[in-house]
Design a protein. Structure first.
Length: 368
């Protein structure tokens, strides 16, 4: 077995190859030109991997790992391990980074090959192809919504500049009648030019947003996980697909709290020599989009789930509104884990949880 550490960049990759004894047998830089990088891996498999030997590769996550991971799998890499990069080092070169990665892989080879966690090392799950596509799709949808909001705010700013917002024919915007009124509105030359550009951009963004929503709705129908999540109050196709693809394989989370921790919804801790445990704010270690979506879903769920709303009110009186909302987000993450693990809808999952709570209370009363 060989252990390959790869420091990836846009124009070249730096590799460090170690054998079973931990010695570096090859260290070099390879251009990312397709013919050169293919030639390197062909030479590697031809000269190094004899008598059925294989290799394991480790690389740091970046925005363009996809093609390299596919290439490693094509050349029969036993396992590709993707890790979160560490903090910025004081003395950093590509060769040192590649050597450190291969050494990290060789030292922890037994645990990494068995899929076990390594303390101090954050491993990144390589998502399925469908999940990767859905992540990009939902990110595009979020960007389109934010762009639409910015354009609407700029249009409203032009109206406020001339105190014309009171003449808008509809309270909500954008609407067909509102856009038609804006196209005929008399404005100074530069403001009229800016308004025309904003309206053209708004029309284009709304068309792109509608197209993305159609694709998301179609993909939600073929995803069993997204269908389950769409049973939550106030969850649209977009939210269901976005959360489902950011969970991925729910089997990799041993407990419900693991998903909340993965999304950075658990409090951080920096204790040293203290007798009492002091918890800080949430870690925010996972997907920022998942936390944003859960914050939006929290508003809708609290309106429709009376039992959860009463729990939120009790916590709000003791700890404040902000902490109570984050606690609801964390609880929703655990509910999502139960829904996907047990293949249950939101209503069935909440009913099962309430029944379990009553059973535990009755057992407690019986002991007394």
């Amino acid at each position: 077995m060989f252990y390959l550490g790869i420091d990836q960049h846009a124009r070249q990759i730096t590799v460090s190859l170690r054998d079973e004894s931990g010695d570096v047998v090859q260290a070099r830089q390879v251009s990312t030109l397709p013919e050169k990088v293919h030639a390197f891996f062909q030479q590697l498999t031809r000269e190094r991997l004899t008598a059925g030997e294989s290799f394991v590769a480790v690389l740091e996550v970046c925005g363009f790992n996809d093609w390299l991971i596919r290439m490693l799998q094509e050349y029969h890499c036993h396992k590709v391990i993707l890790i979160q990069p560490e903090d910025r080092k004081k003395c950093k070169t590509d060769r040192r980074d590649a050597a450190a990665l291969s050494e990290l892989l060789w030292v922890n080879r037994d645990r990494l090959l068995q899929g076990k966690p390594v303390r101090g090392l954050r491993q990144v799950d390589i998502a399925r192809g469908t999940d990767q596509e859905n992540r990009r799709l939902t990110t595009l949808r979020k960007d389109a919504g934010q762009t639409r909001t910015r354009l609407v705010n700029r249009i409203r700013h032009i109206l406020r500049r001339h105190n014309l917002q009171w003449q808008m024919p509809t309270k909500k915007f954008p609407t067909k009648s509102g856009i038609a009124w804006l196209k005929q509105l008399a404005l100074p030359e530069i403001d009229r030019l800016e308004m025309n550009h904003l309206l053209a951009d708004l029309e284009q963004v709304q068309g792109r947003r509608q197209e993305l929503e159609q694709v998301i709705a179609r993909r939600c129908g073929v995803s069993a996980e997204a269908v389950l999540l769409s049973s939550m109050p106030g969850v649209s196709y977009f939210t269901a697909v976005a959360l489902a693809c950011r969970v991925g394989r729910v089997e990799r989370f041993p407990r419900a709290a693991s998903l909340a921790n993965y999304w950075g919804l658990t409090p951080g801790c920096r204790n040293s020599g203290e007798s009492n445990q002091r918890l800080g704010s949430i870690t925010k270690a996972g997907s920022s989009m998942a936390r944003w979506l859960l914050a939006e879903v929290t508003i809708k769920v609290l309106r429709r789930d009376a039992r959860l709303r009463e729990w939120f009110k009790r916590l709000k009186r003791r700890r404040g509104a902000s902490i109570a909302r984050v606690a609801v987000m964390r609880k929703l993450a655990t509910v999502i884990w139960h829904m996907l693990s047990r293949r249950m809808t939101y209503a069935a999952c909440r009913a099962a949880g309430e029944a379990g709570t009553k059973a535990r209370q009755e057992q407690g009363c019986g002991r007394e």
